[in-house]
Design a protein around this ligand. Structure first.
Ligand code: GDG
Length: 456
């Protein structure tokens, strides 16, 4: 059998402590490749004055990593532009934020062609290629144009949007047609797979056969839901390791008998942080008895800082958290500890473990690995409660969490209050069911199921 070649926009193998990469995709791919004699190809993250297509190849932690540098114009049009200003907001239901510019489309097409040029010479006849995420939808089409006959699969880490939203994108047909140059299209959830089927049937006038193969644009692709999992063993080990233990002890001391609610997110408008703060404010407002007894630690790692919508959400969060703290704080209690820095992965595990509530309330999210990490980090004898948005892909698999509608402030507030008051026996029962499922559907199971479907 040939090698597994993974392609993603950025290539960021985490270091041993896992502090190299922030973001769900990087964590999952590093784990997925670890046991495969694989190649990981993508952008170095660097820009040069003039594109050369020169490959840089290294061995990092058992994986061959091959990267190319892009030009500044590529970064602006392809990465900041079409990927993060056009597709990301649209696929997260923010049509209002989705900007469409011809130059963005051109940059997107150009970078996908450049990736194909650089990747083609690396591919052997028996290798199979697994392309990740919305940055690279046209890559298979470009590789086919260069004569590659290999199996090529695509996995979308973010939600597939409802047809009515997708058709607002001027070049939606071209984008979706390009997906049919893949052999396998993987989505996070049944919800996304269903939305894709709907587009195929209604907009592309195609069909889905009994085996789940989509036929449209004169071609066919197998489709299916492959919910991504956590590297559970690795994360549990991190949660029990010395750094996590020390962080846990430090947090316990700092908690000082109070109940901690934890939020951990990339600072992104899709994560619902403003609504989350307001729901927490509602708790403080309605439940005087809880004031000074709880606090919210929100870790929000800055992300995509050059994009205006991200600067705006950051400013809003500064303002809202400041206002809530101003209204409710006392001399020795701050209701929201709002932190914009990056933690080590094992530190994070210790922080999760010290929290009574994991508050994960995105407005739209492909999966959300934080929900899974929170569960994996808990103390089995005294686990905390996960309050989870129904619009995170993870909610399809995590029915034992307290599932809430993040647009309903009162419902999120109720979830928090219910979680804070939950008896230990019920917490253990819910956690045990969640943890069992987490182990059964971990990142290795995800990789194996996807790869089997691709090569099978
Ligand atoms: C995309 C999809 C899907 C966060 N802060 C720190 C830190 N993180 C880590 C978390 C977690 C990851 O980043 C975030 O993953 P999510 O899954 O929550 O979200 P996205 O980054 O939006 O990921 C998402 C995912 O792809 C995988 O398919 O689940 O729906 O949007 O692992 O722990 N890690 C460290 N320090 C931090 O401060 N080390």
């Amino acid at each position: 059998m040939g090698r597994l070649i993974v392609v993603s926009n950025r290539v960021q193998p985490p270091g041993d402590t896992g502090d190299g990469a922030v973001g769900g995709l990087a964590m999952a791919l590093a784990a997925a490749l670890r046991e495969h004699s694989g190649v990981w190809f993508g952008w170095s993250g660097q820009t040069v004055d003039e594109y050369t297509g020169q490959l840089s190849v290294q061995r990092i932690g058992g994986v061959t990593v091959a990267t190319v540098d892009l030009e500044e114009q590529d970064r602006l049009e392809y990465y900041n532009g079409y990927a993060n200003r056009t597709l990301w907001p649209l696929f997260h239901y923010r049509v209002d934020l989705s900007a469409y510019e011809r130059t963005f489309s051109e940059g997107y097409a150009r970078v996908n062609a450049r990736f194909a040029d650089a990747l083609t010479p690396l591919v052997g006849p028996d290798d199979f290629i697994w392309v990740h995420d919305y940055h690279l939808i046209p890559l298979a089409r470009e590789l086919r144009a260069r004569g590659l006959k290999n199996r090529i699969g695509f996995f979308l880490h973010i939600p597939w949007p409802a047809r009515r939203l997708l058709i607002t994108l001027p070049d939606h047909r071209e984008l979706v047609a390009a997906l049919f140059d893949y052999d396998l299209l993987g989505f996070q959830t049944e919800d996304s797979t269903g939305a894709f089927r709907d587009y195929v049937r209604t907009e592309a006038e195609g069909s889905i056969d009994d085996e789940g193969v989509a036929h449209a644009f004169g071609r066919s692709a197998r489709i299916g839901a492959f919910p991504i999992g956590l590297d559970v063993e690795n994360f549990v080990a991190a949660a029990e390791g010395p750094v996590a233990q020390a962080e846990y002890e430090r947090m316990r001391a700092s908690v000082n008998g109070r109940d901690m609610i934890i939020g951990v997110d990339r600072l992104d408008y899709s994560k619902g942080l403003e609504d989350r703060f307001l729901a927490y404010e509602q708790v403080l407002h309605d439940h005087e008895e809880l004031r000074e007894k709880v606090f919210l630690l929100q870790i929000a790692t800055p992300s995509r800082e050059e994009v205006v919508a991200y600067q705006e959400i950051r400013a809003r969060l500064d303002a809202v958290s400041g206002r809530i703290n101003g209204a409710f704080a006392t001399v020795d209690w701050v209701p929201i500890r709002y932190v914009n820095r990056t933690y080590r992965r094992d530190e994070l595990a210790g922080v999760y473990r010290a929290a009574r509530i994991g508050l994960v309330t995105p407005l739209r999210d492909g999966m959300n690995l934080v929900a899974k990490e929170y569960v994996a980090a808990q103390d089995p004898k005294d686990p905390g409660v996960l309050v989870l948005s129904q619009f995170a892909g993870a909610s399809e698999q995590m029915a034992e969490a307290l599932i809430v509608n993040p647009f309903d402030r009162a419902a999120v507030a109720e979830g928090i209050v219910k979680g804070l008051g939950m008896e230990r026996a019920e917490r253990i029962e819910r956690w045990t069911a969640l943890m069992d499922n987490l182990r059964k559907t971990d990142v290795i199971a995800w990789r194996d199921a996807y790869v089997a479907a691709l090569i099978g």
